[in-house]
Design a protein around this ligand. Structure first.
Ligand code: FMN
Length: 308
């Protein structure tokens, strides 16, 4: 799929997933055939103020085919400064989050709160494009802020007018958070209204749900978030590639990668969240999960076994 001057190898993407889409998960998803993987969301302001937490989210790996970061923020002056920041120089794509439903973010007028301000969305995108020095600018939105203001088409048009090269649409309103079902019709309406590529998002977990997303919406690509947690190989399954996977080996590889780029204690804690997903539906997985929760160091994770 073409996004600005970039070409992705497949049109199945890993969107930003705070707490999960770390560099190790992205490397594995690319290996299994994801076309594009985004970092966790990063505060534009935090970046400008040199927050250590923010820097940790910006670690990349040369095995990432395309390096894509997601920012959130509402003040154009911070957006411009963040885009020019040294730490973002190596990213090929800078995505903007207009969909985060978390109360703290929305309370600051950021994330999905910006669905209520299409003019500001356009301004943020324009500012980003102007400061981008040729890097590709994209955005991710929801269906609307609530059921009485389903305005994804208006916001997507503002994003296109602002000069972005792609829009991802999660077919839920902010007040749905992650409940109910994503509305595929609103994604179709966006697809019918803009010329830039549209990525459909919401509830895709397998070939059947992916086919439905493509058929109903006509979207150009699909973003899979929860369906890829503990299942980076979902990208191989979606493309009919065989994926004989040893999940335990995979999660240990992920743990080793993480421990190389962050303090061991943090890598181990982050892995515990991933392992809970890796072990879903796996025989004896519950025991492994309980053992993992007690892990104190990397060796404890590396010695996990399914056979008791
Ligand atoms: C734990 C969690 C963290 C998320 N973090 C982000 C984020 O940082 N940025 C973003 O745009 N969306 C974020 N999302 C939303 C997902 O990218 C996606 O839009 C949503 O989960 C719907 O897709 P799915 O049905 O494939 O999971 C998050 C979702 C979850 C469950």
């Amino acid at each position: 799929m073409k996004i600005g001057n970039l070409e992705t190898k497949s049109n199945y993407f890993l969107p930003a997933i705070a707490g999960y889409s770390d560099v190790a998960m992205r490397v594995l998803c690319y290996r299994y055939g994801a076309g594009l993987c985004f970092t966790e969301m990063v505060s534009a302001k935090g970046l400008c103020y040199g927050s250590e937490n923010t820097k940790a989210l910006l670690v990349t790996d040369d095995r990432e085919d395309i390096k894509a970061v997601q920012l959130f923020g509402r003040e154009p002056e911070f957006i411009a400064r963040a885009i020019k920041h040294e730490a973002l120089k190596e990213f090929d794509i800078i995505d903007f989050n207009f969909g985060c439903p978390v109360p703290k973010i929305v309370g600051n007028g950021e994330g999905s709160a910006m669905m209520k301000e299409p003019d500001l969305v356009k301004k943020v995108i324009e500012t980003a494009v102007e400061a981008s020095e040729g890097r590709v600018i994209t955005a991710k939105i929801r269906a609307g802020f609530n059921k009485d203001s389903v305005n994804a088409v208006e916001v997507a048009c503002a994003i296109e007018e602002g000069g972005a090269s792609m829009v991802t649409v999660h077919g839920r309103t902010r007040d749905m958070f992650y409940t109910g079902k994503a509305d595929l019709n609103i994604i179709k309406k966006v697809k019918d209204s803009v010329k830039i590529p549209v990525v459909g998002n919401g509830d895709v977990v397998d070939k059947e749900s992916a086919s439905r997303m493509f058929e109903v919406t006509g979207c150009d690509g699909i973003a899979i978030a929860r369906g890829a947690l503990g299942r980076p190989y979902v990208f191989a399954e979606l493309r009919d590639e065989s994926s004989a996977v040893q999940v335990l080996e995979l999660l240990k590889e992920q743990a080793l990668m993480l421990a190389k780029v962050m303090p061991e204690r943090i890598a181990v804690n982050n892995m515990k969240k991933h392992i809970a997903f890796y072990m879903k539906g796996i025989r004896n997985g519950k025991d492994v999960k309980l053992k993992a929760f007690q892990a104190k160091n990397l060796d404890d994770i590396l010695s996990l076994s399914l056979i008791e």
